[in-house]
Ligand binder design. Structure first.
Ligand SMILES: C[S@@+](CC[C@H](N)C(=O)[O-])C[C@H]1O[C@@H](n2cnc3c(N)ncnc32)[C@H](O)[C@@H]1O
Length: 207
């Protein structure tokens, strides 16, 4: 059964929300000041911790959090946000008309693992469509949410492999993998279970 994300937020049944931005993003922004600039998209932003962090760390960036759950967007919007952080209710797979081609960066964090596995190619196409040519996708991707005790079809979260990421993102020619490694820091309980990936959007059109 598809996840009712709004209901999860209404019931505060949100174990993914750690109340703070992803530690790997904190570390990456500190190590690469002035790089994540321009328009930055955070799909599946939830309560917006990562959006806030990027907006504070990069004051010239315009950071947009997009989420399909109105309850999450309302809560994120009500928080004290920097002026360069905004939130929008919307579906990554059917985004507002002004979004495609606008972004120089996409930050991915537990959106890819939240969508149905059979929509992963749609995710690749949606992120490619959001980015400008040579735009970049930085993200943490869940490798093994269940420590080997995977429930096929039972997620989210749905894990993936390094090979799958390379195949899905690079096969269609829309992305070039620049780097993929275990993040040096993450939340407790996620050590060794994520991949920090940097990719560049090529000039190739989405199918
Ligand atoms: C596991 S939560 C992660 C939220 C946030 N990234 C975090 O780490 O706290 C997945 C999020 O993706 C959102 N989502 C799921 N499908 C989406 C879609 N098609 N478009 C936009 N957001 C979506 C959900 O509403 C939810 O907030």
């Amino acid at each position: 059964m598809p996840t009712d994300w709004d209901q999860r937020y209404l019931e505060a049944d949100t174990p993914w929300d750690k109340g703070a931005a992803h530690p790997a993003l904190v570390r990456w922004l500190a190590a690469h000041p002035g790089l994540m600039t321009g328009d930055v998209l955070v799909p599946g932003c939830g309560l917006g911790h990562d959006v806030q962090l990027i907006a504070v760390a990069e004051p010239t960036a315009r950071v947009l959090g997009l989420d399909i759950a109105p309850v999450a967007i309302t809560a994120a919007t009500r928080r004290p946000n920097p002026a360069n952080a905004t939130f929008r209710h919307g579906d990554l797979f059917d985004p507002p008309a002004d979004l495609p081609g606008r972004f120089s960066w996409v930050w991915e964090h537990t959106c890819f693992c939240a969508i149905d596995i059979d929509r992963r190619d749609d995710y690749v196409a949606a992120v490619a469509a959001a980015l400008q040519p040579n735009g970049r996708l930085l993200g943490v991707f869940y490798l093994d949410p269940y420590r080997g005790d995977h429930r096929p079809g039972g997620g989210p979260p749905h894990g993936c492999t390094r090979d799958e990421l390379a195949t899905r993102f690079e096969a269609g020619g829309m992305f070039r993998l620049i780097d993929g490694r275990l993040p040096e820091v993450t939340y407790p309980e996620r050590e060794g279970r994520e991949l920090l990936v940097l990719m560049e959007r090529t000039g190739r059109s989405s199918p």
